[in-house]
Design a binder for this molecule. Structure first.
Ligand code: FES
Ligand code: FES
Length: 161
C-alpha cells in the first residue's frame, strides 16, 4: 500500500506517495525528473546511482524510499551554484576523469559524502570510497588524481573562509 513520504530534496521540502519499497533512484528520476543520477547495474555494484542522504553517500538503486522519510537527500544537481562548479566537480573535470561521463555524478556524490564530512581523509580512505565505483573509460588513475585535487581545493576553500 502506498504511503506519503516526506523528505528534503536538494534543499526543498518534498513529499511523494509511494510504495515503501520503491527505490530512491526511481523517485529522484521519475517523480522529480532529476536525471543526473544514473541507472547502471541496479544491484548496488557500480555506484553510478550514488546520492547523499543525511550527509552520507548511498546507492539509491538499493535505498527504499521509506528510508528517506524526513531525511535530507542531495543529488548532483544541487552541487553547482549557477555556473560555479563545486570544487569536486571542477577537480574531476580538470583531471581528465570525465570521458563518457556516465559514472561521474555518482563519483562526485561519493566524494562529496566523504570530503564534506572529513576534509583530511587519508589517501587510503579516498581510494576505498572510489573502489565502490566502476568506470569503463578512464582506467581510474585520473579519477584518483581528481579526488586528490578536489581535497586540496576544498581545504584551500576552508582555509580562505
Ligand atoms: S545502479 Fe546503483 S550501484 Fe549500480
Ligand atoms: S567516464 Fe565513462 S564510465 Fe566513467
Amino acid at each position: 500500500m502506498s504511503e506519503m513520504i516526506q523528505f528534503t530534496l536538494n534543499g526543498a521540502e518534498r513529499s511523494v506517495a509511494a510504495e515503501p519499497d520503491l527505490m530512491l533512484i526511481d523517485v529522484i528520476r521519475d517523480v522529480f525528473n532529476l536525471t543526473g543520477t544514473k541507472h547502471g547495474c541496479d544491484n548496488a555494484t557500480c555506484g553510478t546511482c550514488t546520492v547523499v542522504v543525511n550527509g552520507k553517500a548511498v546507492k539509491s538503486c538499493n535505498f527504499p524510499i521509506e528510508k528517506a522519510a524526513n531525511a535530507e537527500v542531495m543529488t548532483i544537481e544541487y552541487l553547482a551554484k549557477g555556473t560555479v562548479l563545486h570544487p569536486i566537480q571542477k577537480a574531476i573535470a580538470e583531471s581528465g576523469a570525465v570521458q563518457c561521463g556516465f559514472c561521474t555524478p555518482g563519483i562526485v556524490m561519493e566524494l562529496y559524502g566523504l570530503l564534506e564530512n572529513k576534509a583530511d581523509a587519508s589517501e587510503a580512505e579516498i581510494t576505498n570510497v572510489l573502489s565502490k565505483h566502476l568506470c569503463r573509460c578512464t582506467g581510474y588513475e585520473p579519477i584518483r588524481n581528481g579526488a586528490l585535487m578536489a581535497q586540496k581545493l576544498m581545504q584551500a576553500r576552508a582555509a580562505a573562509k
